[in-house]
Ligand binder design. Structure first.
Ligand code: FEO
Ligand code: CA
Ligand code: CA
Ligand code: CA
Length: 652
């Protein structure tokens, strides 16, 4: 098992995309070589021809990757191609708001200190340029996905949560380290970027910040009413993100179920709670021991305050973040925005083994909606993807009264459909996927890429040919129909993995596994970031039992997590960056001139089976057994700022 996301809760028996992919791969003639899998893809012709046809006139065409690729690495360091340099920006604990204290290396900063400092476990991020000086001054907005009790607490505090004042302080510190940071940054005369401490735009949004709800689900809904939090507060497990064409940031709530638990053995989960992976133990964080807010037996409806997309206006530091309920309640990995006929389109993966891919399409052109003082994210249709084996696909509407979602079948109204989004999607017959993570849209072709990170537990899906399990993941590409919101075509863009374990992975493709982050920059380069679980990272001699057979696989050749660049127009894929030990690489954005790239290093030094065996497991007493990145001591999640030594555009 890779990690908690592998424990699927989807027992719908709906068809699984992996079975269709297996069939498609078997039909292909393999000529070897990078992107052989993708060649001759869409039904309408080759991907390359389609790319050229659809390129927007006057735009910069895709160009070849101009750097020499690097090798895999298991060093405790950042590695980049020749000609590139990097610096560390805004590590966890960086003083941000006015009066913020310095970061203390022994992790003895209090919860109150943490609320004024940059949060923990940097994840999805976006750079918003400031007017006039956008390439040298901007707002770097980023998510802080979760906290690691071995790293955020001092040796004196220890990692356990107890039912006393010390336990409450620790939960408060964890809550203050979650959420989102809005960080004003500026490039100095020496070319280096710095955090502008005390800048009026700087902001922390945390697990306790007041939140508004908008769209069909109101806070007065009987399933949301809570005496402990009568006004909803906080956002948690903000993984990937989105950015709207009107200049706001979308933070997503992914594995929120893990924060809740109870010591009340009489508590049992409802069918809805089971479908969202809620259990008495949660992810063993034990916050409920110190905080009734997270105790399922005392504050059950708090659960329904989470699983939403949260819109944040980084240019208005006093604005209240808004949970946009029309986008559905799932474990939102991200919320990738694009436009269709002037309407907002938002893609979102539900990252759990066997769960689905969603799309929201606004009713009317977003400029018209905003001109009336309304939000384009409150009015539209939510769809879920159904993939067909022949390469076609259908977006199935999750609309009350349509198809099986009727009062006769127990669906009260649209708010009910949205609170139970996963169950509605089960009912309409969506296609199960291997953990859909980020989604990216190509700015010229409109092609959509979705990473399916891995699927080591197949959830009962039929097992067929030589790759019945999917420990390395793959990237699917699809293309929307021109005049039908409900139709698409799909194919495989890249099959991840190591040819030593799967001969269908092209031998000249750089080996990588568990793709997670994906983003297409303004040059048409597809940036792919990996999140190999720390239970398998760097390890050999792994296997997954299928029936009575152990299928061997390994991550020993792949090294630490990495970032790759792919050019869909030429078929090139190159490894661009490797990260320190125990980390995941996630979150990528650039200045408008593409000459500065920001990439996040999340959870360096986290407990990692391979390194624990050599050096011992990390603890509050010794947090540095796996990694001491970035500065030789306590590991700290941080942003890496990447520039080309010659000042050129990144990747070219
Ligand atoms: Fe938080 Fe699915 O990665
Ligand atoms: Ca992720
Ligand atoms: Ca992941
Ligand atoms: Ca991770």
């Amino acid at each position: 098992m890779h990690d908690t996301d592998d424990i699927g809760s989807n027992h719908s028996g709906n068809p699984h995309l992996w079975d269709m992919i297996e069939a498609r791969i078997e039909r292909r003639t393999f000529v070897g070589g990078t992107l052989a899998v993708a060649a001759g893809s869409f039904l309408g012709g080759s991907a390359l021809a389609a790319t050229q046809q659809r390129a927007k006139p006057g735009k910069v065409p895709p160009r070849r990757l101009g750097f020499r690729p690097i090798e895999p690495s298991s060093e405790d360091a950042i590695r980049l191609p020749e000609g590139y340099t990097h610096e560390i920006l805004a590590p966890w604990g960086t003083p941000l708001l006015a009066g913020a204290p310095e970061f203390l290396e022994d992790a003895s900063n209090s919860a109150a200190d943490q609320a004024l400092q940059v949060g923990f476990n940097h994840d999805g991020t976006h750079y918003f340029p400031l007017p006039k000086f956008g390439n040298s001054r901007g707002l770097l907005v980023m998510n802080h996905e979760y906290t690691d009790a071995n790293q955020i607490y001092s040796a004196a505090q220890g990692s356990a949560i107890t039912n006393d004042a010390a336990g409450r302080e620790k939960v408060a510190k964890a809550l203050a380290a979650h959420g989102v940071s809005v960080i004003a940054i500026a490039k100095g005369a020496n070319g280096k970027w710095n955090v502008v401490k005390g800048d009026p735009y700087n902001r922390r949004i945390t697990g306790t910040t007041p939140m508004a709800f908008s769209g069909p689900v109101k806070t007065s809904h009987p399933m949301l009413v809570s005496s402990i939090t009568p006004s909803p507060i906080g956002t948690l497990n903000n993984c990937a993100m989105g950015y709207t064409p009107w200049g706001t940031y979308l933070a997503c709530e992914e594995n929120w179920n893990g924060y809740f638990g109870t010591d009340d053995v009489a508590w049992t989960a409802t069918a809805l709670e089971t479908r969202y992976g809620v259990s008495r133990t949660g992810f063993l964080y034990n916050w409920h021991k110190a905080s009734e807010r997270f105790d399922l037996a005392k504050n059950r409806n708090e659960l329904n305050h989470f699983g939403w997309v949260v819109e944040i206006d980084p240019f208005d530091p006093k604005s209240r973040p808004v949970k946009r309920t029309a986008l559905g309640r799932i474990k939102h990995e991200g919320a990738t925005c694009t436009e269709s006929k002037g309407r907002i389109v938002v893609y979102s993966g539900d990252d759990e083994n066997g769960d689905y891919l969603y799309k929201f399409v606004g009713d009317k052109p977003w400029r018209q909606v905003r001109a009336k003082g309304l939000s384009p994210l409150d009015h539209g249709t939510l769809y879920v993807a159904k993939f067909n084996a022949d390469g076609s696909g259908t977006w199935l509407p999750l609309m009350h009264g349509v198809g099986p979602l009727t009062p006769a079948n127990g669906w009260a109204d649209q708010a009910d459909v949205l609170i139970r989004t996963r169950m509605a999607a089960d009912t309409v017959g969506a296609t199960r996927l291997h953990r859909p993570e980020w989604v990216a849209v190509h700015p010229y072709t409109g092609d959509v890429f979705v990473t399916l990170t891995n699927g080591s537990v197949n959830n009962g899906a039929a097992v067929n040919s030589g790759r019945p399990i999917n420990p390395f993941g793959h990237i699917v590409r699809f293309r929307e129909a021109k005049n039908d919101d409900a139709a698409f075509e799909w194919d495989i863009f890249l099959l991840a993995g190591d040819p030593a374990y799967d001969p269908r992975v092209p031998v000249d493709q750089p080996i990588f596994g568990s793709p997670d982050g994906i983003w297409v920059d303004g040059s048409g380069i597809v940036w792919i970031q990996t999140d190999i679980s720390n239970s398998v990272q760097n390890r050999a001699n792994l296997s997954i039992r299928v029936g009575n057979t152990d299928i061997p696989y390994g991550y020993e050749n792949i090294g630490n997590n990495a970032m790759l660049a792919a050019d869909p127009a030429t078929g090139e894929v190159k490894r661009f960056m490797t990260g320190p030990r125990g980390c995941e690489i996630t979150g990528v954005t650039m200045t408008p001139d593409q000459r500065t790239m920001f990439v996040n290093i999340q959870h360096p030094g986290e407990s990692t089976t391979y390194w624990n065996a050599l050096n011992g497991a990390p603890s509050t007493a010794n947090p540095s057994t796996v990694s001491s990145w970035p500065s030789g001591g306590r590991p700290r999640p941080a942003t890496v700022v990447i520039r080309k030594l010659d000042g050129g555009r990144i990747g070219t």
